[in-house]
Structures are given as structure tokens and as C-alpha cells.
Write a protein that binds this ligand. Structure first.
Ligand code: SAH
Ligand code: SF4
Length: 374
């Protein structure tokens, strides 16, 4: 058997893992030990499973792998300790994650695809075009690698799917990944960010255990949203808002409305008023994300100055919205997922014509609270 034919055990949902291992491993407590090494320790080799007999470890290694993506680069820590990771996958694709330590918790921003077909014009990942879905082992590998390198206790960990790609276009693998993450971290500590794939939002709504939902709205009206987020022609703003209104939000939770602020484009007070009106009645908070510039992105796109950002946030608050503003530290480390890869990557010819660059979800910043939540 070659390497490639071996099943990666991290690609199996917990019940599937149990069933698969039970066929060749006995007694049953050994199966439990293996699952613990994986799901509670995130080990990436059978040799690390020190309480298993040597022969069993060798037997497992013949049939299965526990392979994670390999780290190819880490940026030096930014002033707030944040670090970007560039990983290479088995097939040579490269993806990014971001480690974001905060006072009382630590978040890891995970990629869900090796590119993005949605093609938002302000996003570096979108600029480089579509990429394949990541497998559960590739998503979990980002999480466990960063968690282990920084020795963060699981109870301090948050996971946010705001890296490269559109997680709801990789739904099944996302759900398997979530089911494994839930072994260590509560659903309310996991956030999935979507550009607004309505069938995906409705599918999330049906899950027994749901992560937090973040939705990139980015414009207060359909026309502008379609200009900068081509996918929304398929999933129009009013239908998306209707999907959010029927989405079951757990007590104490809010949907995050992400809104990338582009100077002179969507950052006026009138835009803030329109946005507040759009989401009125939803259990939601706006996360205003000042645009992160990148050489691959259109030159006209710029980050508003601090005064404009504050005025936008204030107008939202005055119109009844809950608001946080991301103050980007990420720029210091070429923040925004996709931008690190984008530094050395050449865009494939004819890949995309609408001139976007890839984005970054994961800015590395502290969110500043406004209004009543200040
Ligand atoms: N595809 C998902 C998750 C990844 S993008 C989504 O779009 O939600 C995560 C966030 O980064 C989105 O809110 C997106 O609007 C934002 N983003 C993308 N490019 C950006 C940039 N250049 N500057 C600031 N935010 C950006
Ligand atoms: Fe894809 Fe999100 Fe970037 Fe849009 S913002 S291109 S959906 S990763």
C-alpha cells in the first residue's frame, strides 16, 4: 500500500472512527485510547500514542495516517502576539491560518478551502480564484498545530472559520470538523463566517449543535453588494436577510454581521443608517472591519481614516445596532488570510477578471466595543 491509499483517521467523524477502528483493534478500550490521543491531544503520529503496544502502533501505521498540513512559514509575532502560519498540503496547495492570543482566550483563524470561487473584489483569496475543499484532517491540522505550538489549553481556545475559502461551500467536511472540535471546545466558542450561501445557512440551522454564525454583508444595499460580492447575484441580500431572520439563534448569542469598510464606498453615515435598518430586529451585532490593503487589490479600495470609522460606528449605535470595530494589528504581519500566500504566488492566467484580491478574515485585532457594550 502506498502512502496515498492510507485513510487519514482525522477525516473520519467520531462515530465513523469508532466503527473503523473496532474492526481491527481490540479490546475496545484501545479504540477509546486512540480516539483520545487524536481528539483530545491532536497527535499526528501513531508513535506518539505511548500507552499503545508497539505492534498495534505499527499495525495502525500500515493502514492509516494521521497526517497534518506542514508549516512552511510563520510570521514573527506582531505587537499583540498574533502570528500567521503558511501551510503546505499534501498536493502542494498552500493555505493560511492565524494565531490570535487575547487576554482571556486565544483564537485560531482557519482556512476551509485552498482558494475561493466567490470572488469578492476586496479579497485576496477571491482574487487568486477557486481552490479545492479542505478535508477535515487539513482543517483540524491547522487547529491542532497552532494550539500545540503555543500550548494553549483547550478551554482557552476559540476556532473561527474566517480564513481562506467559503466554509459553507465545503459543508460536509465542515460538519465533520466541527463534530471533532466539539470534543474539546464548546460550540459557542466556534464561529463560521460565510459570504451568505443561503442553502448553507439553512443547513447550519438544522444542525443539532450549531457554531456561532458570522455573515459578510459588506454593503447596505443589493446593488453595491452585487458589485463587490459577485455570488450575491445568486443569493440576493433580501433573501439572505430572510434566512437570517428564520435562523435559530441560541439564547445569549448574536449573529455577527461583518462589514468591510471601504473609504468613500460604503462608509457614509447614510450607509450606517441603512445597515442598521436592514438588520433591525435580528439578534445581531455588526463587526465593522476596516479594509485591509494589498497590492493585488484594486487601487481605489482604501481603508477609511479613524474618524470615518468612528462616525460610521456611532451612527450604527445611534440607530440601535450593537457594534464592534476591528482595529487591525494584522497589517503589521501582512494580515488577512491569503495575503501571505499572495506575496509569492502568481495569479494563474485568466483566473478571474473582476480584479479582487484576497481577503482576510482574520485580522488580528482586538475588537473595540461601541455604545452600550463599550
Ligand atoms: N468566505 C467567508 C470567510 C472568509 S473571509 C466570508 O466571506 O465570510 C472572512 C472575512 O474577511 C469576511 O468578512 C470578508 O469580508 C473579510 N475580508 C476579506 N478581504 C478583506 C480585506 N481585504 N480587508 C478586510 N476584510 C476583508
Ligand atoms: Fe471568498 Fe470570503 Fe474572500 Fe469572498 S471574502 S472571496 S467569500 S474568502
Amino acid at each position: 500500500m502506498t502512502n496515498n491509499e492510507r485513510v487519514n483517521l482525522y477525516d473520519l467523524a467520531p462515530a465513523q472512527l469508532q466503527a473503523t477502528l473496532s474492526e481491527i483493534v481490540s479490546p475496545p478500550f484501545r479504540v477509546k485510547q486512540i480516539a483520545e490521543w487524536m481528539h483530545s491531544r491532536g497527535v499526528d503520529s501513531f508513535d506518539a500514542m505511548s500507552n499503545l503496544p508497539k505492534e498495534l502502533r505499527a499495525h495502525l501505521a500500515e493502514r492509516y495516517t494521521l497526517e497534518f498540513p506542514q508549516v512552511v512559514e510563520r510570521t514573527p509575532p506582531a505587537s499583540d502576539g498574533s502570528q500567521k502560519y503558511l501551510f503546505v498540503l499534501g498536493d502542494g496547495n498552500r493555505i493560511e491560518s492565524v494565531y490570535m492570543p487575547m487576554r482571556d482566550r486565544t483564537s485560531v483563524c482557519l482556512s476551509s478551502q485552498a482558494g475561493c470561487a466567490v470572488g469578492c473584489t476586496f479579497c485576496v483569496t477571491g482574487f487568486f480564484g477557486a481552490g479545492r475543499n479542505l478535508t477535515p484532517s487539513e482543517m483540524l491540522g491547522q487547529f491542532f498545530t497552532v494550539q500545540r505550538e503555543h500550548q494553549v489549553p483547550f478551554e482557552m481556545m476559540n476556532a473561527v472559520f474566517m480564513g481562506m475559502g467559503e466554509p459553507l461551500l465545503n459543508f460536509d467536511h465542515l460538519v465533520t470538523t466541527l463534530d471533532i472540535l466539539y470534543m474539546n471546545i464548546a460550540a459557542k466558542r466556534i464561529t463560521v463566517s460565510t459570504s451568505g450561501i443561503i442553502p448553507g445557512v439553512d443547513a447550519l440551522a438544522k444542525l443539532e449543535r450549531r457554531p456561532n454564525l458570522a455573515v459578510s454583508i459588506n454593503a447596505p444595499d443589493r446593488k453595491r453588494r452585487e458589485e463587490i460580492m459577485p455570488i450575491t447575484k445568486k443569493y440576493p441580500l433580501d433573501e439572505l436577510i430572510a434566512a437570517l431572520r428564520r435562523y435559530p439563534t441560541e439564547k445569549g448569542r448574536e449573529i455577527t454581521i461583518e462589514y468591510v469598510l471601504l473609504a468613500g464606498y460604503n462608509d457614509s453615515k447614510a450607509d450606517a443608517v441603512a445597515l442598521a435598518r436592514l438588520i433591525r430586529g435580528l439578534s445581531a451585532k455588526v463587526n465593522a472591519i476596516p479594509f485591509n490593503e494589498d497590492p493585488n487589490l484594486p487601487r481605489w479600495m482604501q481603508r477609511p481614516d479613524d474618524e470615518a470609522i468612528d462616525a460610521f460606528a456611532d451612527a450604527l449605535v445611534r440607530n440601535g445596532a450593537h457594534v464592534t470595530v476591528r482595529r487591525s494589528k494584522g497589517r503589521e504581519i501582512a494580515a488577512a488570510c491569503g495575503q501571505l500566500r499572495g506575496k509569492t504566488e502568481r495569479k494563474r492566467p485568466q483566473r478571474r477578471v473582476n480584479g479582487a484580491v484576497r481577503v482576510e478574515p482574520a485580522e488580528i485585532e482586538r475588537d473595540l466595543m461601541y455604545g452600550e457594550r463599550r
